[in-house]
Design a binder for this molecule. Structure first.
Ligand code: ZN
Length: 82
């Protein structure tokens, strides 16, 4: 488990929908972006997540339903396993 910016990749995954929704608190957002700046994996994941959300027709302003969130986390786990 890699830690960058005080966050592990798992924590970034858990925060990514809130980040895309713009609902992260500023301190969390700063740590999230610090992680993204140095982690080799999470920016790729974030871009995939952005495209997935766009493909599903979910606007960032709208909250992501719990079911969709679970689906996205499952997509990430599969992706992480490679
Ligand atoms: Zn990461």
């Amino acid at each position: 488990m890699m830690t960058f910016g005080g966050l592990t990749c798992r924590e970034v995954v858990e925060l990514v929908t809130e980040y895309l929704e713009g609902t992260l608190a500023p301190p969390e957002r700063a740590r999230f972006e610090a992680h993204l700046a140095v982690c080799p994996d999470c920016p790729v994941y974030l871009e995939q997540m952005r495209q997935t959300i766009r493909a599903l027709g979910m606007l960032p302003e709208e909250s992501v339903a719990p079911e969709a969130r679970q689906e996205l986390l499952r997509v990430f786990r599969d992706w992480k396993r490679g």
